[in-house]
Design a protein around this ligand. Structure first.
Ligand SMILES: [Zn+2]
Length: 186
């Protein structure tokens, strides 16, 4: 056990948003699939420490991989369920930091793996790869747009994964903590 981790949990949340972050984690531990619950247990039980600073409403858009900071104020602006839910984005950033700090992965690989975990939390909605854009205005105002689709994955008799889009595409635009959700293919 690490000396400064009094609870013996190796996920360490610091900063003004740490209480909210702990509530997010508790929510995921209650409602998630076993896959996600086991991942959380694995992260908590690991001997290596993953330490994350939770800030409120910084100029960081959602999170800084390099500085290990997550803006919990931004996450509270996302929907409670569905694509881009606050819990799915939280878990994305959490496992990304864990892969960086514990598994020493670079951003590209860690982000790729985090996307899969995000999908496990948000009920199968996946980001359309070409549908992600970020626009910043003079460092003061930031807008993120992400396009999602719901995909059903089944296996054929040879074990190949068959993907079928089962829900209309949804475009989500987020601007400084506010979220607009609009179907773009009605
Ligand atoms: Zn990422």
């Amino acid at each position: 056990m690490n000396g400064w981790d009094r609870l013996g949990l190796e996920l360490v949340f610091k900063g003004p948003g740490a209480g909210v972050a702990n509530a997010f984690l508790g929510h995921l531990e209650r409602v998630s699939s076993d896959l996600v619950k086991n991942k959380i247990k694995e992260m908590k039980d690991d001997e290596k420490v993953c330490s994350i600073e939770f800030q409120m409403n910084t100029l960081i858009t959602t999170a800084s991989f390099d500085e290990s900071i997550i803006d919990i104020g931004d996450l509270l602006g996302f929907p409670i369920t569905g694509p881009m839910s606050r819990y799915s984005i939280f878990f994305h950033e959490l496992v990304e930091q864990w892969d960086k700090q514990v598994n020493e992965l670079g951003y590209k690989k860690a982000h790729e793996r985090a996307m899969a975990w995000e999908e496990h939390v948000n009920g199968g909605w996946e980001r359309v790869p070409e549908g992600q854009k970020e626009i910043s205005n003079d460092g003061q105002r930031r807008v993120v747009t992400v396009i999602y689709r719901a995909v059903s994955k089944t296996k054929d008799k040879d074990g190949n994964i068959i993907e079928e889009v089962v829900e209309k595409i949804i475009e989500i635009t987020r601007e400084l903590g506010t979220v607009k959700v609009k179907p773009i293919d009605s």
